[in-house]
Design a protein around this ligand. Sequence first.
Ligand SMILES: NC(=O)C1=CN([C@@H]2O[C@H](COP(=O)(O)OP(=O)(O)OC[C@H]3O[C@@H](n4cnc5c(N)ncnc54)[C@H](O)[C@@H]3O)[C@@H](O)[C@H]2O)[C@H](O)CC1
Ligand SMILES: [K+]
Length: 483
Amino acid sequence: MAARKILTVAEIAAADRRAIEAGTPGIELMERAGAAVAEAIAERFSQRSVCVLCGPGNNGGDGYVVARLLKARGWPVEVRALAAPQSADAKAAAARWDGGLTAWEAPLEARLYVDAMFGAGLARPLSGDAATMATLLAAHPESVVAVDVPSGLPGDSGDPHGPVVVAALTVTFHAKKPAHVLQPGHELCGEVVVADIGLAEAHSDLTENGPEAWLVRFPWPKPNSHKHARGRLVVVSGEAWNTGAARLSARAGLRMGAGLVTLLSPSEALSVNATHLEAVMLKGFDTEAELEQAAADVDAAIIGPAAGVTENTLVNVLALARTGAALVIDADAITVFRDDPEELFSVLDVDDVLTPHPGEFDRLFPGLLKESPDRIAAARRAAQQADAIVLLKGGDTVIAAPDGRACVNTNGSPWLATAGSGDVLAGFIGSLIAQGMESFEAACAAAWIHAEAAELHGPGLIAEDLPGLAPTILRRLYEGRLG
Ligand SMILES: NC(=O)C1=CN([C@@H]2O[C@H](COP(=O)(O)OP(=O)(O)OC[C@H]3O[C@@H](n4cnc5c(N)ncnc54)[C@H](O)[C@@H]3O)[C@@H](O)[C@H]2O)[C@H](O)CC1
Ligand SMILES: [K+]
C-alpha cells in the first residue's frame, strides 16, 4: 500500500488543471466529485430529506450534482443557492438540476445538510449569509456532510479565522489537504473520505502517518537474529531523585524490540536505578568522558527525560554527539540549549531526532511556530535549521526531515495527555533507530504505535502502561506486514 499523500490547495488545483488539459472536461471532474459525495452519503445514511447549500464556485457546482444524483435515487432534495453560480462548470452543473431553488432564509427542516458553500481555496473568512448558515449548522454537526472541506476552513492551514461549518462526514477529492489532518480542522471534518476522481498521481513530500508509510521497512527480527544484532540502545538517567523518566524510556525501548538496552546512570543514582530494573542493564558514569566511553559502541542514545536543566545535561549531550550513536534529544536536553540553540544544531546530524512539545520547540526556534502559516511549515523549517529530524508534539504531531519530507500523525489520542508519555515515545523512537530503521521513519512509526497503544487502553492510561500495550499493536502490524 502506498503512503497517503497530502496535497496543498495549489497542488490539487494544478492536478485538476492537468487533468482538464489532458482532455477530461471540468464538468466531468465535477460529475465524478458529486457522484462520490452522493455515494458516500447513501452508504452512511438511510434515505431522508436533504438540503444542499450551494456556493457560487465549483464547490457549489459539486453540490448541484449531489442534489441531482440523490434526487435520482428517490431522496427528497431541496437546493439553496448562496449566490448564482459563477464558473462555467458550476453553471453547467446547476443547469442540470431541475428541482428548483428554496429561499436561503427559509426554515431549516431537512434531516441532512450538504455543505457545498466553499471549498479548500477559501480566500477570506465566511461572512454574511454563509457565516450565519455555518453558525446555524454548527448546532447539528451530526447531520452535516461537507463537500471537500467544511466551509470556512482554509485548506492549507486547517485553522479557521471566523465561523466554520462542523461536519460529521467530509468527502474530499484525490487526496487530503492539510486542513483534513491538522487541528482544529481534523476535528471539524468528522470522518474524511478521499474519493478518486481520476486525477493523475502528483508528487508530494507530505504524507499522513500510517503503516503504509513505513511497515515494509519495519525492523522485525530475522530468524538468525541475536540480541547484539537487534540494536543497542542507551538511555541517560537523571540524578538520584529523578530517575523514573529515563527508566520509562528504557523499558519502552526494550518493548519496541531493541536487543540490548542500558541505562547510563550517574554513579550517585546507581542504587536507586538498580532496585527498579530487570532486563534493562545498568552502567555508571561520573564524567562526560565516561559517558562518551559508555556510549561508544551503541546504535542509538536517548537523553532528556528528567535529565535536569543543568550544565551536566548540556555537556552530556555534546559527549553523546561525539559518538557514532544516533541521538534522540527530548525534554530537558532540549531546554538546556535555549540560550544557544546553535550550539546544539552544530553537533546534530540528519539521523538525530529532536522531540519537542510546542513550549520546548519555542525555546529552540523562538517565534517560528507563531510566524509560520501552520505546524507543518514550522516543523519543516526547524528540521532544516537543526539539520535533524524534528517531531513536534501535539494532538496533530508533525514529523519533519531536513530534506523536506513531513508526516502528520492523525491517530493522536487524548489519553496521551499524561505525565511520562513523552518519555515512552522517546524510547520507542530510539529503539527503532537502534534496530536500523531510518530516523524519520522510526519517528513516524513510533508516534503512530504510541497513539494506537494509548487508544487501546483508553481511560485511566498512565505512561507505565504504554510499553506493555505495544506488543498488541506490534502483533497487529506483524500480522499485516505482508498484505
Ligand atoms: N480536483 C478537485 O479537487 C476538484 C474540485 N472541485 C471542486 O471545486 C472546488 C473549488 O472550487 P473553486 O471555484 O476554486 O472554489 P469555491 O467553490 O470555494 O469558490 C470560490 C468562489 O468563491 C469566492 N470566495 C472565496 N472565498 C469567499 C468568501 N469568504 N466569501 C465570499 N466569496 C468567496 C471566490 O472568489 C470564488 O469566486 C473544490 O472545493 C471542489 O469542491 C471540482 O468540482 C472537481 C475537481
Ligand atoms: K464545503
